[in-house]
Design a binder for this molecule. Structure first.
Ligand code: NAD
Length: 555
């Protein structure tokens, strides 16, 4: 007999089966299944195909009055019928990923305490110190292979949301499943609730988290250390993704754990990889060489510094010295241009401080540095002003403009602004999606530098090869893979990322490259399969209903 995805030998029957999201098929249970599984009379008489159900779901989503309602409806479906949720998500990814992930998930997190219905994942607090491993054992699925963990301090561009940020790991893991076929039963969302710096939440009677100040220093580190050790002991082949930690902790935790555990930080490494992918494709449009680019970043946080570091490695791979490569990356943070004369720079920024006059604002820095690309990761809307875009168009035949801040309301400029103020010459990408723009009868499809092009594929490659580490080299390889999947037709429309409808193909391409690296670098005890692409493909979860084998005996 088939096993339950949780590993249990016993499969549920009757009403328990209908209440089991991993096995429930709703009205798609056949007559034979209904008879064999004790479902007769528990379902309305109609027997639907899965495809009819998908159509029904998408019709219902479209009827909802706003995006938050759409989100809640889809999360409800995920709780009731996982296979139908993923089938619908895969078939309508371009329409639904902005609902289950950014930007709508940000709104959902802000409202999380009020819209909370069913928990999904594990919540860990300081009160669990000393027995976190036991807490992890409460999770019903035993072969967890991916954990996405946050402490809620810096949710998207929205700041500290404490436990309300749990919507982020939940959404991210749904994307792992939809975009790379990572089975839902190997995914675990984790919220480490260490309190919140958002004092508004302390006095909110509906807040679901700990209404107190954040743990800091040794207490914080001890909790994280115990979590890391417990998670890797409880789930020996697990990959852990750090998500939306505050700036200081994100870099620190990554440095602290990257050589000890299979871990990465999506805000730093995933973002860097997708931006590098965008740059590779943009250069196919502008005809420029990577080593000749001068990049000016607005913002010097996790995203911007992560992108800068990966671009430096890419330039070094292409022949520049490390110093030359760093000399091509410039940063301007909330205090102004990152230059040597500043005394307030933390270590990560100091690495990029140049011997150059200080400039307070972006417009004067653009005119002084003459960048080929401006990359916004500041969380500040409207900071790529018309004057700055016009200046970029004066300096470059094809200026590269990436406005990466999320959500849409925080974007440094809109797609329309980028095209309009550069005489339609900008090569544009944004963090959150913008609709196509029509200027003088020509349609431009703005690219979305969405980390979803990267992390699911990297995760699939790491899982399939049982890698013990996640390395920067994997993210460089992933960036190349994404750029390789951008077609000539995409580029003609201004699109520097492949269509999301091809994401599973892109993820598989990345996973194969990542797994090859794992075997070459000997990061696994596993033997390389003779047909690696076929092996990885066979690991991908496909949410198509299967006939329940217990109905075979019914005639
Ligand atoms: P962060 O808090 O670590 O960094 C923000 C940086 O912006 C800081 O260096 C800060 O000094 C700087 N800043 C703030 N106001 C500024 C101003 N007025 N002028 C210049 N600099 C200013 O945050 P982060 O993780 O780096 O994320 C930044 C943004 O990037 C967020 O909006 C996030 O949503 C977005 N992001 C996008 C992607 C993507 O597109 N794939 C991925 C990750 C993050």
């Amino acid at each position: 007999m088939a096993k339950h995805p949780s590993g249990l030998e016993e499969l549920p029957l009757g009403i328990d089966l209908l209440h089991d999201p991993a096995l429930n098929k709703g009205t798609a249970f056949t007559a034979a299944e209904r008879k064999a599984l004790g479902l007769e009379g528990l379902l309305p008489p109609i027997i639907s195909s899965q495809q009819q159900q998908v159509q029904h779901i998408i019709n219902n989503v479209r009827r909802k009055p706003n995006n938050l309602e759409k989100y809640l409806y889809l999360i409800g479906l995920q709780d009731r019928n996982e296979q139908l949720f993923y089938k619908t998500l895969i078939e309508h990814l371009e329409e639904l990923s902005p609902i289950i992930y950014t930007p709508t998930v940000g709104l959902a997190c802000q409202e999380y305490s009020r819209v909370f219905r069913r928990p999904r994942g594990i919540f860990i607090t300081k009160h669990h110190r000393g027995h976190i491993r036991g807490i992890l054992r409460n999770w019903p699925y035993k072969d967890v292979r991916i954990i996405v963990v946050t402490d809620g301090e810096r949710i998207l561009g929205l700041g500290d949301l404490g436990s309300n940020g749990v919507g982020i790991p939940v959404g991210k893991l749904s994307l792992y499943t939809a975009c790379a076929g990572i089975a839902p039963n190997v995914c675990l969302p984790v919220m480490i609730d260490v309190g919140t710096g958002n004092k508004g939440l302390w006095s909110d009677p509906e807040y679901i988290g700990l209404p107190e100040a954040r743990l800091q220093g040794e207490e914080y580190d001890a909790l994280m250390d115990e979590f890391m050790e417990a998670a890797t002991k409880a789930f020996p082949h697990v990959m852990i993704q750090l998500e939306d930690f505050g700036n200081q902790n994100a870099f620190r935790l990554l440095d602290r754990y990257r050589d000890r555990y299979c871990i990465f930080d999506d805000d730093i490494q995933g973002t860097a990889s997708v931006a590098l992918a965008g740059l590779y494709s943009a250069l196919r449009m502008t005809g420029g060489k990577m080593t000749n680019q001068t990049l000016l970043f607005l913002g010097a946080g996790e995203a911007a510094l992560g992108i800068g570091s990966l671009i430096v490695s890419s330039m070094v791979d292409q022949g520049l010295s490390e110093d030359e490569a760093r000399g091509r990356c410039w940063f301007l943070d909330s205090k102004g241009l990152v230059v040597e004369s500043r005394t307030d720079l933390v270590q990560q920024k100091r690495r990029f401080a140049h011997n150059f006059p200080f400039h307070r604002d972006l417009f004067s820095a653009v005119n002084a540095i003459k960048p080929t690309a401006i990359i916004g990761a500041s969380g500040q809307s409207g900071t790529f002003t018309p004057e700055i875009l016009q200046a970029m168009a004066k300096l470059n035949e094809r200026p590269i403009v990436f406005a990466l801040s999320n959500p849409t309301s925080q974007s440094e400029c809109t797609a329309e602004d980028a095209y309009r103020h550069t005489n339609s010459r900008a090569v544009f990408a944004s963090g959150s999606p913008f609709p196509p723009v029509v200027i003088d009868g020509r349609t431009f499809v703005p690219g979305q530098a969405n980390n979803v092009y990267i992390f699911p594929g990297v995760g699939l490659g790491v899982l399939a090869s049982k890698s013990t580490r996640v390395t920067d080299e994997m993210f460089s390889a992933a960036a190349r893979c994404v750029a390789e999947k951008v077609t000539r037709e995409d580029l003609e429309q201004g699109r520097i990322f492949p269509s999301l409808s091809r994401i599973r193909e892109v993820s598989l391409h990345i996973a194969i490259a990542v797994a090859r690296l794992v075997f070459t670098r000997q990061l696994t005890a596993m033997k390389e399969p003779s047909d690696l692409p076929g092996f990885i493909k066979s690991k991908m979860y496909d949410p198509v209903y299967q006939k329940d084998p217990r109905a075979d005996t019914v005639v």
